[in-house]
Design a binder for this molecule. Sequence first.
Ligand SMILES: Nc1ncnc2c1ncn2[C@@H]1O[C@H](COP(=O)(O)OP(=O)(O)OP(=O)(O)O)[C@@H](O)[C@H]1O
Ligand SMILES: [Mg+2]
Length: 224
Amino acid sequence: MSLLEAISLGKEFKRRGQRSLAPLAAVDDVNLAVKPGDFITITGKSGSGKTTLLTLLAGLASPTSGRVLFRGRNLRELPDRELSRLRNREISFIPQGMGLLGNLTVRDNVRAPQLFAGKDGADSSRADFLLEAVGLSELAQEYPPSLSGGEMRRVAIARALFNQPALLIADEPTSDLDPANTRLVMELLRKANQQDTTVLMVTHEQEIALYGSVRLTMESGKLA
Ligand SMILES: Nc1ncnc2c1ncn2[C@@H]1O[C@H](COP(=O)(O)OP(=O)(O)OP(=O)(O)O)[C@@H](O)[C@H]1O
Ligand SMILES: [Mg+2]
């Protein structure tokens, strides 16, 4: 069975102030089957619908047509509790804007899945292990606003890997990293993939896309 499946998936946006025009099909009739163990990369021009597609696949936005199945179950039909559990335990999403919490230390950002699960007292060795892996051990006690863009990005990646998710969805995870850190992050994702995390990521860079075992392109809302 597919881990994740998109069936005739569509998302339309009404353009403000252009009522006469047809709505924009940001995602247009997309079909996709993600198998466990896949490493999928999606490239495409700015505005082609990549981010919109990822938010639908992660269950963060509702499609205007079609559906998304995770382990055969429609994300939009899951009870809130179950969807929250899925997001904490099974599906990690690294948004283009990263979404770090400014009032938590770097270490607590990485172990946020633990904090959200009410396990504040649990030990932080996994967080420290991941901070080491992304080369940020020294910044564990800092707060995100004092980090560089590339450092924040690596914190977001460490957090996304915290619960060893079944599925990691990442929107341009290397966009603000230098070549050395890009390699570090891609190797980390490759390692996670070898340890049973299915990876689905968007990138602008063709070189990065080569990490994928399945390489897709998005154009005007269509996936090919
Ligand atoms: N909330 C929204 N309301 C209206 N239009 C939107 C909304 N979000 C995205 N769009 C439009 O949908 C299209 C696809 O946007 P999306 O963010 O998915 O592109 P993208 O491929 O991720 O681009 P980039 O590479 O620049 O991140 C764009 O034309 C965008 O303007
Ligand atoms: Mg985008």
